[in-house]
Design a protein around this ligand. Sequence first.
Ligand code: NOJ
Length: 986
Amino acid sequence: MIFSRASSAPRWTGIFLLLSTLFALFGPAVMVKHENFKTCDQSGFCKRNRAFADTVASTSSWTSPYTLDPASLKFKDGQLSGTILKSLKDGEEKVQLPLTITFLESGVARVTLDEEKRRKGDIVLRGDSKARKERYNEAGNWALVGGLETAQGAVLSEKVEEGYTKVYYGLGRLQEAIIRHSPFGIEFKRGGETQIRFNERGLLNMEHWRQKVEKPVEEKKEGEEEKKEEAETENKEEEKGEDESTWWDESFGGNTDTKPRGPEAVALDISFPGYEHVFGIPEHATRLSLKTTRGGEGSYNEPYRLYNADVFEYEMDSPMTLYGSIPFMQAHKKGSTVGVFWMNAAETWVDIIKSKSSANPLSLGIGGHTDTKTHWISESGLLDVFVFLGPTPQDLTRQYGELTGYTAMPQSFAIAYHQCRWNYVTDEDVKDVDRKFDKFKIPYDVIWLDIEYTHEKKYFTWDPLTFVNPQKMHKHLEKRDRKLVAIIDPHIKNTDNYPVVDELKKKGLAVKNKEGNDYEGWCWPGSSYWIDCFNPASITWWKSLFKYDSFKGTGPNTFIWNDMNEPSVFNGPETTMPKDNLHFGNWEHRDVHNLNGMTFHNATYEAMLERKKGEIRRPFVLTRSFYSGSQRIGAMWTGDNLAEWSHLEASIPMVLNQGISGFPFAGADVGGFFGNPSKELLTRWYQAGIYYPFFRGHAHIDTRRREPYIPGSPYIEIITQALRLRYQLLPAWYTAFHEAATTGAPIVRPNFYVHPGDEKGFAVDDQLYIGSTGLLAKPVTSEGKESVDVYIADDQPYFDYFDYTTYQGAGHHTVPAALEKIPLVMQGGHVIPRRDRPRRSSGLMKFDPFTLIVVLDKDGNAEGSIYLDDGETFDYKQGAYIHRRFSFSAQYKSLSSSSLNTKGAKTDSYAKTMSKVRVEKVIIVNAPKEWKDKKHVVVSEEGAKESARRKKVEFKYHEAQGKKAAWAVVRDPKVGIGRGWKVDFS
Ligand code: NOJ
């Protein structure tokens, strides 16, 4: 830890300096410290459930001990409820597990299983624990925001086999849930075909509450009888064949977890018959199509782990946990996408195996010969699973978004370029960096301050020696409409004369240890406390800290970065908090761990909304840790990557995976956080980074400066071109963000999402589509490349973005990619909006005119759209936006713009502010030959004066040359971007 982190403890300074010098000389010693993180075998509940899976697999006569009691079943208003009985080995006792299966209006089904005894609080906690007794049942309060209306149309089937209950639900009641009573299991069908099975392999396991039988302490003379009795009870457990060695206290890395509720894991096998690919469950540094974890070619040895953690120098190609968790998985095959959302916030492991398919052979494509089977294991909480039956990838992202929320529409600056490093060391340094960007004519929007800006790591303060005049620094940035992001972490320094820590303690808002006292641990400031954002009072207090008159030196253009919110605790087990710590409501940290980062991020978001009365602007808060729902709050990045080619390569599938998992505002540190990238790597990283929805350069404190103006010629020019390309396409990006914010569609999309029928492309994860624009980018992610092979899935023509070279035909196409060339092609059939005037920041482009690139498909048609609003406020919710559809029709030989707006109170006033903003150029790629001699086109615009109603506009045609497609330009049609108009090419 100490090596990479500028510890504030003076006694480490010498060692730190020496080590950093060595580090700088020899480059990063790149190795994750495996010993700091548990394997499945070291995590008792995972070990138990994996062992259980092995026992089940090797016992031919195995029957799952869970039976649905038919007498308990009730069906009312789209919900089936009943009780599952778990038989214990002695055959007498049965554990009662209340079950509900809720059929939602959206076509999604939700299966929830609880434990009666714990629900009633009818259990005894060990030790003096103050922990809650129930299984954690509040994850939905944080993760869910809608989509829970129950389906009035869901009906019980009248005709069913004995021992089964069947419910028809979903659109046209084409979906079925067939519930087998004994052993309990569910089969989900769509269109008569099985898509998902629960408990097919019999791995359902709700670890019921039991009392610990304390082992006899010592040989006693007196009370001999008592000892004997205890030993007997213990033997009874052992007779039942259960290994209780991991049920109770568990130690790891010097910390003992007291587990006051004993074993409480919940596990289930979920099978996807006929599905070869599964995607999702970020965050892992792995491929998009998830590998198997228990055998098979290239299999991992460990399950995918979801336990938010600060993993120092994380490794590539690994199922190890990282900073955030989204337990949403999609299974895909030709013609069908289905999925599950395992809503549990405790430590979770997921095993994946693949086997020869048992599914209906008639419905199978190439991939359909395989079944994917998964095994989900969580340490505590309810079993609470949402089941999605698709059938398209778009259905999945929309329905998951209805439940957990769509991406927040960001301010427009937030999708431009961000410049960060640990650290810009003074306010003068910030201004100097800013001036250099201008000197080199490189666009950028935001400069970031890491922890060193604070006074001795006390958040909400400025270092008085280095950041002498933050207000002046702000004024300087505002000249070019630039912003500042400052870091605020959740650990609060334990020190004197720091009102923030005094208030935190006085108000009782810190996370508590197992004894119920304020938990004290170690992070950047040294000894610290952690704000508990599960507590509504913490949010209220947090809001007060961000007011401009409280956090002095900040203003409307200051935004926030939330880091270390897993939470990262340097001296804690697995670099985080002990699991028996307590949060608001006395929930154990164990139950809520994966939600923790989101609650902190949420508190900051809320605070940003209330910095000044009457000032309502969209917050921007970056987070490192996340859970399902974090997309509603801000952006994420993939944490501390390395300045190595392999990390650049991995960033593409990681960002794609975030997109299909509902949190698309994602990016990786451009240049790599640890280490010094070569100039080539840095350049290639910028060329890739322009395709991250969240685009930020960042570097560790020990690295050399590497702002885009540093690497010398020709790198500066090449990086500048890349940045300009991002800025030129900002209108297309903003439109893609709007789509994400309204439909849940990813901002950058993998091949399978765009071409769900193209089996050969399902696993392609090294290229990406930007929104619905048809722009397809394939970043160069290895050294010394002169070309890349772009995978094309369909029979449309694709054109090089810069010179219109045509590529057509499904398969791989070699596209030139020398260092100065960014491989980017445009799929035929789209209209792409952009702004061509280079500016210093996106704010300065606000009223710039547009260029439309009309890329005709093989039949000569194209469609596209643009979304625009003020880029700052929430007025768009009252109609203050422009949303247009552009269509080029081969039949009518015209390009037209029509409105997609829904009129609201502020539609007209916004349209007025944009009335002078025009389309200054239309470029038609793949222009038909018959336009060869054309010199003019006729333009008509809605609401134009009579004289201008049908005006002639200059037109120029450029013939095809070799593989380069013909193209044409309409020069300055002067039509309003927010108006209806038509360009007639006949
Ligand atoms: C860890 C973050 O991942 C990194 O980006 C940041 O620079 C350091 N913390 C210091 O705040």
